[in-house]
Design a protein around this ligand. Structure first.
Ligand SMILES: Cc1cc2nc3c(=O)[nH]c(=O)nc-3n(C[C@H](O)[C@H](O)[C@H](O)COP(=O)(O)OP(=O)(O)OC[C@H]3O[C@@H](n4cnc5c(N)ncnc54)[C@H](O)[C@@H]3O)c2cc1C
Length: 493
């Protein structure tokens, strides 16, 4: 695999895009009209203006790098043409969905082309009887959920960014969210995929049936592949019946240890909530501050009292949900919850989730850099994890806010720092090293849902063994022999 040449050739990429034949290095007949890429795709699909390049140089993480051009694809055939062209000229291509990833996955580290799927946003087919939706990759996750709901169906994966992120991005990161405790992450909802390989070939893997064991699990190979193995241009997704009712129990605790212990108790007592979320004191304080009005304060009584908090959601038929939520409240009382609030039905539950969804944004409002890690630990380590992050905070004199999906042991550990203070930046790097080492020692994962991207590349060797890393490299080299798709990430160079 000759990835080095790609890596050394961002200027070459720029020359090709503006119409300068790389083998001559001279301009011919007016730049735009002779650009080979414009001739291939038409000008309407290509942008090279500064504002567009800037917008496509970054995601929700902190690192940015400008591409030389942005191509807005509108079909698999268009993607295929781009890939064949890029292969021929060894131009780096980085696929982009909605650009709200948390690890720099869609940042074009080596320049070249950003291939945006944002214009491919049609829901092509929605079949409630079969429980199947066929969508283009740029469909916004929340829009698919709304459309499914209108026909009585449910697409459960629910990243907190669901009003912004795309199905293609969710597939590429195997996105999760609060409901994944009961319903699983994105993978079990992907039945089939149309993928354009880095060489430009268009392939179809999986199908439209809910079960399919034909050959290797190639769907699984592409789900979570972070835009490194191919471009998803169409997805066939599994829908399930929408549960008719839901209830939430909100419970305040005196500290994180008590809340984490109660979370473990819930799951060992025969309850399977659709969501089980935990928050520490620091997170709650930030959320409280961002809720200004008294009306808001009144409707979030338990959130306001506790030093740690659990938000638990149950779904199913109305009567069973109501009965189960009362039993759950009793269990929580026996397990040290000192304030409990019950919410039955969509409207009441959404009010509680309103505050939960505010957590990330209210931390950001503090004006500090928020380093959001999404580690996962075995559930039995939750209590240890909260004790560890408290010590980490003291040892490195850094603010740490932890909250997340307690049921999956998937906690967002946010190190909050003043990015203008070099000493804090240095201490935070050390703190992250310690955090990830400890997580791996417990048998946990350095990322539960966001992926490796650029942000966690440094810890890839800590998390994965040498043979397994080699296998990842071999897979990448087989599918992308020229190393042009999303170079500079955790595989390839
Ligand atoms: C406020 C906030 C809350 C969040 N909460 C969650 C959460 O609860 N759970 C969670 O899992 N994540 C969460 N995220 C992270 C993010 O939303 C997810 O990773 C999401 O899946 C990214 O989708 P996107 O369309 O923005 O993808 P992008 O950021 O555009 O891309 C992400 C990766 O996918 C690749 N990619 C995109 N589209 C395709 C495609 N069609 N084919 C192949 N590869 C592709 C890119 O190359 C890149 O590597 C959150 C982010 C924010 C900002």
């Amino acid at each position: 695999m000759d990835v080095n040449r790609t890596n050394r050739s961002p200027n070459l990429a720029a020359l090709i895009l503006v119409g300068i034949p790389p083998f001559l290095g001279v301009k011919v007949n007016g730049m735009n009209s002779t650009s080979p890429l414009r001739r291939l795709l038409g000008s309407a699909r290509i942008r090279t203006d500064s504002a567009t390049l800037e917008k496509h140089s970054i995601d929700a993480w902190l690192m940015s790098h400008r591409p030389d051009a942005v191509v807005f694809a509108d079909s698999a055939e268009c993607v295929s043409k781009v890939m064949k062209f890029a292969c021929r000229h060894r131009i780096p291509v980085t696929v982009r969905g909605a650009g709200v990833g948390y690890v720099g996955g869609c940042v074009p580290l080596h320049g070249g082309i950003v291939l945006s799927l944002a214009r491919m946003k049609r829901i092509l087919h929605l079949n409630a009887e079969e429980g199947v939706a066929i969508v283009e990759p740029g469909v916004i996750t929340g829009d698919l959920q709304d459309a499914a709901r209108r026909v009585g169906m449910f697409y459960p994966p629910d990243p907190a960014s669901l009003r912004e992120c795309s199905i293609g991005g969710n597939i590429a990161t195997n996105a999760g969210g609060p409901r994944c405790l009961k319903y699983g992450v994105t993978r079990p909802y992907v039945l089939g995929l149309e993928v354009v390989l880095p060489t430009g070939e268009i392939i179809h893997v999986g199908g439209r049936t809910h079960k399919n064991k034909t050959g290797f699990d190639l769907v699984g190979m592409f789900v979570g592949s972070e835009g490194l193995l191919g471009t998803v241009t169409k997805a066939t997704l599994r829908l399930i019946p929408h549960p008719p009712s839901r209830a939430c129990v909100s419970a305040g605790f005196r500290d994180e240890r008590a809340a984490a212990a109660a979370a473990v108790k819930i799951l060992s007592s025969g309850f399977l909530p659709s969501a089980l979320e935990i928050a520490d004191r620091f997170t709650l304080d930030a959320a409280r501050k961002s809720f200004q009005s008294q009306a808001d304060k009144k409707s979030f009584a338990t959130f306001l009292q506790g030093k740690s908090h659990l938000l638990i959601e149950l779904d199913g038929h109305t009567r069973s949900v109501a009965g189960e939520s009362r039993q759950l409240a009793a269990l929580l009382r026996r397990n040290d919850a000192f304030s409990i609030e019950l919410a039955i039905g969509d409207r009441a539950c959404e009010q509680l989730w309103g505050l939960r969804r505010e957590f990330s944004y209210s931390l950001k409002k503090m004006g500090l850099r928020k380093m959001n890690e999404d580690i996962a630990v075995p559930r039995t380590r939750l209590v240890d994890l909260f004790a560890f992050t408290r010590k980490l905070s003291k040892r490195h004199k850094l603010l740490v806010a932890s909250f997340g999906h307690a049921g999956d042991g998937n906690i967002h550990v946010n190190i909050m720092l003043d990015a203008n203070d070099p000493a804090q930046v240095k201490r935070s790097a050390k703190a992250l090293d310690e955090l990830f080492r400890q997580v791996v020692k417990w048998g946990g994962a350095i990322t539960g849902e966001h992926g490796i991207g650029i942000a966690k590349k440094r810890w890839w060797p800590l998390a994965v063994g040498v043979r397994e890393r080699r296998l990842n490299e071999q897979l990448k080299a087989m599918l992308d022999p020229k190393g042009i798709l999303n170079p500079g990430k955790f595989v390839g160079r």
